[in-house]
Design a protein around this ligand. Sequence first.
Ligand code: ATP
Length: 377
Amino acid sequence: MVSSHFKEILMRLGLPEDRIEVLEAKGGITEEEFDGIRYLRFKDSARGLRRGTVVFDEANVILGFPHIKRVVSLRAGVMRIFKRTPFYVEEKVDGYNVRVALVSDRVLAITRGGFVCPFTTERILDFVPEEFFKDYPHLVLVGEMAGPESPYLVEGPPYVEEDIRFFLFDIQEKGTGKSLPVQERLKLAEEYGIPHVKVFGLYTVDRIEDLYDLIERLSREGREGVVMKSPDMKRVVKYVTPFANVNDVKIGAKVFFELPPGYFMSRIMRLAFYVAERRIKGERFEELARNLGKALLEPFVESIWDVEQGDEIAEVFRIRVKRIETAYKMVTHFERLGLNIKIEDIEEVGGMWRITFKRAYDEATREIRELIGGRAF
Ligand code: ATP
């Protein structure tokens, strides 16, 4: 149920009452709570309020982070999108998206789906200076949390060796979700010492060969890809490395039945376009084909063997927190997300707590168990 307090705020923001009723009935908006702070979360978009939008009060409307289009043919895509404008090439860091904002004296970290994340909220001030929000209370820092100790992902980028780190890639205005131009964002990041994703430089379409070299280097180094942005942030597209496509297939194959078929199709498709565009043949082709086949098959077969032995398919996650309560709040948060996650272990390390969680994949386990048992379909 959405309270009348929030309904009134939405009406003042310009949403008609009947639209609010429909949204509520469909579950497109829900009321949530974090540490006594109530907020409204948009599961669906409505009237310019993007999916993932969070409303605390009229002054604190934090828009959902927009979808970034993807090019699959790098040369043609870049030519089409950046014909008349130079573009910044930034690293696409492989982690999870967070929007960080000051709301009634607290700096909160919000996930892509529009939940205040207890873990990220506890840790964010380890990476981002609070002074920024004192000076710019109306701005939202958007970045990627990435590292081997993440509550949502099994892997981090190769250059984050332990724990987790924050990488800024956007600064948006509350209320409108409008992004600051790249130059202004870089200036603020430097001024306040906010860690930023790597910027590879300002490119133009005639430097496509350099871009190919960059993609190949990132791929060799096990990095995810790039996001290309016009200086005014009006045009933004992403491109991922062949490494990331194969690696995603590998991560997904372990929990095959949990994922929609489109997950695998899209990665295979992107890889095919990369191979075709770069005219990859001979030994390099053989190697990529072998890697893809192995990525798809090996973890899948291992999962079948695990279930044969009576094990469930599961993944172990580790995070570091300052207060044990944060770990329990994460359990509640995971339950809210419909995940089956339990705390396995808690140990003290260097004044912090290292929490080990185990996430069980019930659907994948059940499906494999039935197929091993001979179910026909
Ligand atoms: P969508 O397709 O809706 O964008 P997705 O989760 O499939 O969602 P991804 O393919 O992971 O998206 O790529 C977009 C995400 O990449 C962003 O939401 C952001 O969290 C992350 N990201 C990492 N580095 C950057 C960067 N430099 N600029 C913009 N986004 C970045």
